[in-house]
Design a protein around this ligand. Structure first.
Ligand code: ADP
Length: 413
């Protein structure tokens, strides 16, 4: 079945067209027929599309809203000259959406109906930037493909619903949890879930026996402790701001700083929040860029002190989280790197794993440096926990969940 996978943001969208079904899942032969993205929706939008593994084609078009964007990308998919295998919209059997926040209500992927739409709306106050865009994506697909095409929501928070209270509650008055659902939710769930699933598959490990730490290091970064195939702790919290140092986010800090920074900088609370979300992390420390690849180049070529400092603080924070999750689980069988940085930056992986031999973590330097964006074990022979690189594939899980939900199959696999 051809499934349109969508990740819709406030002025952008990413899509993939996947071909999957029960047989393909079993054989691991799911196919990626097309993928691409559209940015700056609302004005002169910029798009980049590619059929299969062909070179991307790029262009711009005035797209006034998400519906126009979905119409535009679907028209490209079925056009004869796009070289995508399908030629009519009727060949698209379903759509799967990445939805950022499912609150406490949505603990697995669900078929979208009016009640689910209302449920996602009710969660808007928890994710004011993301959930409204996700809803627009659902409405756009409904308008373009028609209401008969089933749509499924796959939540970024859902994988973390297994966190025990001791991991998800903050040590603040319990009434805040009861009254306002103030707790840690965690994000990047589909990515952590994919990496955990894939590691079990590669190593032939049964779900119940799994004890690993997954590290999603991209623009946003998070760590996850996974036991028995379930998330038992994760570094992002009520919002994605908590935890690791990220491209532009600070991660953990002393909450008393909010008031202090506000007063010193003449900002209101919203201004401080923007500073912590958009002007901090790698960008804030280096004063140069939020992009790890550029930062590494700057550090190496010009020996820029603050570029090194940003990288060092980034790696040190990840190492501390590895240590705390080893303590939380009484050790681990593997540490798995994913995300743009985790998959492609051997130098960062090496810095993170430095001085961790006390815990058994020892990289094979040659294997680490040879590994760029592919699945590989990069730890020294016999070292435990093993260290792996497992490129994430959230779209694959979203497509598979979509197929499974609309066919009444279990999504926990
Ligand atoms: P997102 O979280 O938006 O999906 P990605 O997972 O693509 O982002 O990760 C983006 C990050 O990965 C950026 O900091 C980018 O510099 C970094 N990255 C990508 N390729 C490399 C590379 N070869 N070396 C170092 N960092 C890289």
């Amino acid at each position: 079945m051809n499934i349109l996978v969508l990740n819709v943001g406030s002025s952008s969208l990413k899509f993939q067209l996947m071909d999957t079904d029960a047989e393909r899942m079993k054989e691991n032969t799911d196919r990626r027929l097309a993928r691409g993205q559209i940015e700056r929706i609302g004005g002169e939008a910029v798009w980049s599309f590619r059929a299969g593994d062909a070179a991307p084609v790029k262009g711009s078009a005035p797209l006034k809203d998400h519906r126009a964007a979905v119409e535009y990308l679907l028209a490209w998919i079925v056009a004869d000259d796009s070289d995508v295998e399908i030629h009519s919209l009727a060949e698209i059997g379903a759509a799967g959406h990445r939805v950022v926040h499912g609150g406490e209500h949505f603990v697995h992927s669900v078929a979208i109906d009016d009640a689910v739409m209302r449920g996602i709306e009710e969660t808007i106050e928890l994710a004011p930037l993301h959930n409204p865009a996700n809803l627009k994506g659902v409405q756009a697909v409904k308008a373009v493909l028609g209401p008969a095409v089933p749509q499924v929501a796959v939540f970024d928070t859902a994988f973390h619903h297994t966190l025990p209270e001791r991991a998800f509650l903050y040590a603040i008055p319990y009434s805040l949890y009861r009254r306002h659902r103030v707790r840690r939710y965690g994000f990047h769930g589909t990515s952590h879930r994919y990496v955990a699933y894939r590691w079990r598959q590669i190593t032939g490990t049964p779900r119940e026996a799994q004890k690993i730490i997954t590290l999603h290091l991209g623009n946003g970064c998070s760590a996850c402790a996974i036991r028995g195939g379930e998330s038992i702790d994760t570094s992002m919290g009520f919002t994605p701001l908590e935890g690791l140092v990220m491209g532009t986010r600070s991660g953990d800090l002393d909450p008393a700083l909010l008031d202090y920074i506000a007063e010193k900088e003449g900002l209101n609370l919203a201004g401080v929040e923007t500073l912590l979300n958009k002007q901090s992390g790698l960008l804030g420390i280096s004063g140069l860029t939020n992009d790890m690849r550029e930062l590494l180049a700057e550090a190496e070529e010009h020996d820029d002190r603050r570029a090194w400092l940003a990288i060092e603080i980034f790696c040190y924070r990840v190492r501390k989280y590895i240590g705390s999750y080893l303590a939380a689980m009484g050790g681990a069988d593997a540490i798995c790197f994913a995300g743009g940085i985790g998959e492609n930056a051997p130098a960062v992986r090496a810095m993170i794993c430095e001085e961790m031999e006390w815990a058994g973590i020892k990289l094979d330097p040659a294997a680490n440096h040879a590994c760029n964006g592919v699945e590989a074990r990069i730890s020294a022979e016999g070292a435990k926990p093993e260290v792996w690189v497992i490129p994430t594939d959230e779209e694959l899980l979203i497509a598979r969940d979509t197929f499974r939900v609309i066919n009444g199959l279990e999504t926990r696999y």
